[in-house]
Design a protein around this ligand. Structure first.
Ligand code: A3P
Length: 272
């Protein structure tokens, strides 16, 4: 049969694996999966399904670009390959390594309100524990220490966007990094995706009709050639109720860092 004559990793006619011409570098819980799925609506985009963790995990990076290439989907020559690994944005070693692979690469960064991102980050880890039937402390136990905001909580650091952005800007000019407004992507995805199409110089092929609001999910879902699909149930989860005074402290904590970030990127965002 045909199966016997086609070698194992045979590529469909003329297609090949390519190193990514664009990477979604983060931020964790920013809406990276939604961005990847929405971008994949474009016929000229080929996306790696899983998070590849090439530049941030030594056991992967040490295997070289050949290994990285082997993780990429088969694509036609005119297609753009994209992968997403949200941990890249906050890993100090990663910018130099990405630059080493391709200094002209276009980067996508999706950010959302830093306080909201902290709650989402907590919620993610909470459910990871629930799945393994392991107990997990309340969010207050992470956020508060000695009656003050516990600034050592890792999730807080990941929301200090200016610190991480500085690392990237040492290696890439701002025009190579497109920032997607993750809060807007939730409320009204199409305009945000159009901006991404333009940044990547893709022909405008994604349409407003590719998105519909799903009342049950409370989020936009995708319509692709008559096929409807929403993101996995782990995307768009309810966040814990936090005492308004504590939430206020969180907003205050991010106020100055946010200003610094706005200056760094020459643009403001509608964050608390
Ligand atoms: P929450 O689950 O905290 O609401 P990531 O993919 O980077 O982990 O980001 C997950 C976040 O994507 C979700 O966080 C959700 O708010 C956001 N998101 C954006 N658009 C979405 C969509 N259409 N469906 C579901 N989640 C979406």
């Amino acid at each position: 049969s045909l199966q016997d004559v086609i070698p194992d990793r045979a590529a469909p006619n003329g297609s090949a694996q390519q190193l990514p011409q664009t990477i979604i570098i983060g931020v964790r819980k920013g809406g990276t999966r939604a961005l990847l799925e929405m971008l994949s609506l474009h016929p000229d985009v080929a996306a790696a399904e899983n998070e590849v963790h090439f530049f941030d995990w030594e056991e992967h990076y040490s295997q070289g670009l050949g290994w990285y290439l082997s993780q990429m989907p088969f694509s036609a020559p005119h297609q753009l390959t994209v992968e997403k690994t949200p941990a890249y944005f906050t890993s100090p070693k990663v910018p130099a390594r990405v630059h080493g692979m391709n200094p002209g690469i276009r980067l996508l960064l999706i950010l959302r309100d830093p306080s909201e991102r902290v709650l989402s980050d907590y919620t993610q880890v909470f459910y990871n524990h629930v799945q393994k039937r392991k107990p997990y402390p309340s969010i207050e136990e992470f956020l508060v220490r000695d009656g003050r905001l516990n600034v050592d909580y890792k999730a807080l650091n990941r929301s200090l966007y200016h610190l991480h952005m500085q690392n990237w800007l040492r290696f890439f000019p701002l025009r190579r990094i497109h920032i997607v407004d993750g809060d807007r992507l939730i409320r009204d995805p199409f305009p945000e995706i159009q901006k991404v199409e333009r940044f990547l110089r893709l022909s405008p092929q994604i349409n407003a009709s590719n998105f519909y609001f799903n009342k049950t999910k409370g989020f936009y879902c995708l319509r692709d050639g008559g096929r409807d699909r929403c993101l996995h149930e782990s995307k768009g989860r309810a966040h814990p109720q936090v005492d308004p005074r504590l939430l206020n402290k969180l907003h205050e904590y991010f106020h100055e860092p946010n200003k610094k970030f706005f200056e760094l990127v020459g643009r403001t965002f509608d964050w608390h």
